[in-house]
Design a protein around this ligand. Structure first.
Ligand code: PGA
Ligand code: ZN
Length: 422
């Protein structure tokens, strides 16, 4: 069985041009694999710690040389000679070596790069695809894409309050068909935005970032584009939102509708109005990460109003088993966004997904707004039978790379390929 011979870290750059960590592992029989970690902009305060060099002016205090050194000097020595197939042992050793709850010592960025590189290398050593290595023979289902096609909030320099305006194909027969549907809507959206003399340059996640002011304007644009593409809104293609409301929260109030802060009741009613008026089937982070009372109230409120909207916890759960467990008991959501770098190891990520599925939660595997050419999350989505993947628009190579990887996976699965339903 192949053993780890060397682990090498290096600083590379993400899609926003910021430094990030890459780890490369080499086995004693000369095989190797590498992984690059992503980085967020709207970061939850309960996320695992991302280690950056706070005093390196040359890189505006954003370099990751300490995290890289942790890989080269500490992790590499500790994991030397470990069997590459021992993912759980590798991750447990990383967790113990760090010894803190938020991975403050080694940094979640150094740990995750090693953890994912190990998984990739194990699949190389077995000569099978990553999704099969990780998910086994049951890994046959492609996720529905949640494509972020208009960017707002901290991902764009327009005035849109809501961070992400997404589309989701409903009941496509194949993944390629799902992508074709998104492609059509995006092309029509581009034409429409152009026709209003607005800019079609894109934001951090590849969605257009036109200078719109009101959330409703963005939604109307998307609605028109869905119709123009020949699809029925809500039936063929629905609209999904990521409010990322941590960024819009102050003293118990929210500024989701406009820059004016409003109380929770008004904010809930605003969401209800939006779902009544438009085919919105999923809302992510409608309330802030520690405002659990509002989440709880919102779930009850939706039930009273007969709404079956998918309510997704991102900054709320931060891919953390303890927070998810608490949330399940308190019934404050029905889906979780899964970002491996929020927690820092693959094993912990897999544990969260298992817990979510056991409790009837949908899982949405997600990129970060600062991402890279690494396509690991595409394989992760199929391996874990996750119903959805959120990895930006059909623009910017770091986003498209994940969709292209899923197209290849679908091809590899051939007749046995299925697509998720929600
Ligand atoms: P982030 O945004 O990667 O900037 O945190 C993504 C999201 O909020 O889902
Ligand atoms: Zn989010």
């Amino acid at each position: 069985m192949a053993k780890i011979k060397n682990i090498k870290g290096r600083q590379v750059f993400d899609s926003r041009g910021n430094p990030t960590v890459e780890a490369e592992i080499i086995t004693d029989d000369g095989r190797y694999a590498s992984a690059i970690v992503p980085s967020g902009a709207s970061i939850g305060s309960h996320e695992a710690f991302e280690l950056r060099d706070k005093k390196n002016k040359k890189y505006l205090n954003k370099s990751v040389f300490t995290a890289v050194e942790n890989i080269n000097e500490i992790i590499s020595k500790k994991l030397n000679n470990f069997h590459i197939f021992d993912q759980k042992k590798i991750d447990k050793t990383l967790i113990d070596l760090d010894g803190t709850t938020k991975k403050n010592k080694l940094g979640a960025n150094s740990m995750l790069a090693v953890s994912i590189a190990a998984c990739k290398l194990a699949s190389n050593c077995r000569n099978i695809s990553l999704f099969k290595h990780l998910g086994g023979t049951v890994a046959k289902r492609l996720p529905l894409p949640l494509m972020n096609i208009i960017n707002g909030g901290v991902h764009a320099n327009n005035s849109l309050r809501i961070q992400e305006f997404m589309i989701r194909p409903e009941k496509p027969k194949t993944f390629s068909e799902a992508i074709r549907m998104c492609f059509l809507v995006i092309q029509n959206l581009k034409t429409l935005i152009n026709s209003k003399n607005l800019s079609t340059t894109v934001g951090d996640e590849g969605g257009f970032a036109p200078a719109l002011k009101k959330n409703e304007e963005a939604i109307e644009f998307i609605l028109k584009s869905i119709e123009k593409s020949g699809f029925k809104p809500g039936k063929d293609v629905s609209i999904c939102l990521d409010v990322a409301s941590n960024e819009l929260y102050k003293n118990g109030k929210y500024s989701v509708k406009s820059p004016k802060f409003e109380d929770v009741e008004k904010t809930m009613n605003y969401y209800l109005d939006l779902t009544n008026k438009y085919p919105i089937q999923s809302i992510e982070d409608p309330f802030s990460e520690d405002d659990w009372g509002s989440w709880d109230g919102f779930m009850k409120f939706l039930k009273e109003n007969n709404k079956k909207t998918q309510i997704v916890g991102d900054d709320l759960f931060v891919t953390n088993k303890n927070r998810l467990n608490k949330g399940i008991k308190a019934r404050i959501a029905n889906a979780i966004l899964v970002k491996p770098n929020q927690i820092g190891t693959l094993t912990e990520t897999m544990d969260v997904i298992e817990l979510a599925h056991k409790n009837g939660y949908e899982t949405i595997i997600s990129h970060r707004s600062g991402d890279s050419e690494d396509t690991f999350i595409a394989d992760l989505a199929v391996a874990t039978n996750s119903s959805q993947i959120k990895t930006g628009s059909l623009a910017r190579s770091e986003r498209v790379a994940k969709y292209n990887r899923l197209l290849r996976i679908e091809e590899e699965l051939g007749n046995s390929a299925k697509i998720a339903k929600v």
